[in-house]
Write a protein that binds this ligand. Structure first.
Ligand code: NAD
Ligand code: UGA
Length: 442
């Protein structure tokens, strides 16, 4: 029986291994983690690593915040410690699978760590990046657009690719399993996220021009996306993209370009993040300027804090920057999100933001500012007595709110700023709201 072990029981490791276990009854799958809270229910870390034939490494690879490359480069501390642990406990030859998103050429470094500590054990490193999105993880894993496996172009490397391919072949059609060399697989993951994020920044840049000219960004993206060469997915204008990966992975790509002397290429991709920051700032400025240039002392309801619907994840959520911007202008915020806890929101808003282009740390939020903040468990409580309402996550439940009731309980004029373009503007205007959507005429 083949044994698989996955190091890292997070958003990727947990669901991916659950699907492999479900689809491949003949394979024994274990998931291990260093987080006591996460692992309490799982088995002992080292035993499974030492016995497994295939080890997936799905540990976090955040942006470095100190030292060389701080603010851009990927922090591979967790990866390296996982690799060293594998080397320490291994008892048989192993295939080590890079599941985490890593800079191109990471496999070479991992190979060095493993082979220099090998005690005669043979390792093959494969790159098998994950393309699932949060909120649709299981669906994406069951029915992936493609599975990408990169390995060495040696007989040993090809044999390892074949072994991993056989695992996926239990449920993924063969023509969707792409096999490449190691560096192509590593780079394709960064490239895929950069391309996806670039579409959002492109449509968001257009949204600013739409607001200036009277065009409607929804109509523009529909018309553009109908061209089959462009495609219609991922062209929704928004308050900005968030999530743990887009920004991190583009910064990593930028850093790799810079290290390779490719300044123009680095600057090109940097723009994707700059436009995203611009979009979040633009949103805050629009709220303040339309509310008579001041939100000081005014209650503003924030509906949605997660970076997208159907997840409680707040990593890099645009809500953080929007809320900080409004708090900075002295607004009183009342925040509601169906899945994010008050603790998480307060933690996110009190954390210092790393300025990646100009590596200085911004000041943490003062205790007085934190008092301008309340977190409630209902959209109606959040909007009661508010001057304005900002919709920051596209939760389905926000589409069916009783906006008449909300309007009646708000200060007048009552403003709505829809950062996700999900509400029926016409209907809200008829109720009496002043409505601002992204990239749409007033
Ligand atoms: P996560 O932070 O949710 O999970 C990582 C887990 O690894 C944590 O629980 C941590 O405790 C554990 N860990 C760290 N070092 C360890 C060690 N030495 N031994 C055992 N456990 C260790 O992160 P995630 O969202 O699952 O992302 C993991 C990787 O997958 C990242 O590289 C990310 O870029 C990539 N990725 C994430 C997504 C996503 O949707 N979240 C999608 C595709 C790819
Ligand atoms: C993204 C990718 O979609 C996955 O393929 C990838 O595996 C993953 O990153 C990763 O590497 O971590 P995820 O971040 O979970 O997945 O979520 P997305 O659905 O891509 O949304 C990212 C952000 O973009 C969200 O804030 C979302 O609201 C925003 N978005 C998305 C838009 O503003 N407009 C769109 O048209 C689409």
């Amino acid at each position: 029986m083949v044994k698989i072990c996955c190091i890292g029981a997070g958003y990727v490791g947990g669901p991916t291994m659950a699907v492999i276990a479900f689809k491949c009854p003949a394979i024994e799958v274990a998931v291990v983690d260093i987080s006591v809270a996460r692992i309490a229910a799982w088995n002992k870390v080292e035993k499974h690593v030492s016995e497994a034939d295939i080890i997936f490494v799905s540990v976090n690879t955040p942006t470095k915040t100190r030292g060389l490359g701080a603010g851009k480069a990927a922090d591979l501390t967790y990866w390296e410690s996982a690799a060293r642990m594998i080397a320490d406990v291994a008892k048989n030859d192993k295939i080590v699978v890079e599941k985490s998103t890593v800079p191109v050429k990471t496999a070479e470094a991992i190979e060095k760590i493993l082979t220099h500590n090998s005690n005669g054990i043979k390792y093959q490193i494969l790159s098998n990046p994950e393309f699932l999105a949060e909120g649709t993880a299981i669906r994406d894993l069951f029915n992936p657009d493609r599975v990408l496996i990169g390995g060495r172009e040696t007989p040993g490397g090809q044999k390892a690719i074949q072994a991993l391919k056989e695992v996926y072949a239990h449920w993924v059609p063969e023509d969707r399993i792409i096999c490449t060399n190691l560096w192509s697989a590593e780079l394709s993951k960064l490239a895929a996220n950069a391309f996806l994020a670039q579409r959002i920044s492109s449509v968001n840049a257009m949204s600013a021009l739409c607001e200036a000219t009277g065009a409607d960004v929804t109509q523009v993206s529909h018309a553009v996306g109908k061209d089959t060469r462009v495609g219609s997915k991922f062209l929704n204008a928004s308050v900005g993209f968030g999530g743990s990966c887009f920004q991190k992975d583009i910064l990593s790509l930028v850093y790799i370009c810079e290290c390779n002397g490719l300044k123009e290429v680095a600057n090109y991709w940097k723009q994707v993040i700059q436009v995203n920051d611009y979009q979040k700032n633009r949103f805050v400025n629009r709220v303040v300027s339309s509310m008579f240039n001041t939100v000081s002392g005014k209650k503003i309801a924030i509906l949605g804090f997660a970076f997208k619907k159907d997840t409680g994840d707040t990593r890099e959520t645009p809500a953080i920057d929007v809320c900080k911007g409004l708090l900075g202008d002295n607004a009183n915020l009342s925040i509601y999100d169906p899945q994010v806890t008050e603790d998480q929101i307060r933690k996110d808003l009190s954390m210092r933001k790393f300025d990646w282009d100009n590596p200085i740390h911004l000041q943490p939020m003062s205790p007085t500012v934190m008092k301008q903040l309340s977190v409630v468990w209902d959209a109606y409580a959040a909007t009661k007595g508010a001057h304005g309402l900002c919709l920051l996550t596209e939760w389905d439940e926000f589409k069916t709110l009783d906006f008449k009731k909300i309007y009646d309980n708000m200060q007048k004029p009552a403003f709505v700023f829809d950062g996700r373009n999900i509400i029926d503007e016409q209907k809200l205007r008829e109720i009496g709201f002043i409505v601002y959507s992204i990239g749409k005429p007033l």
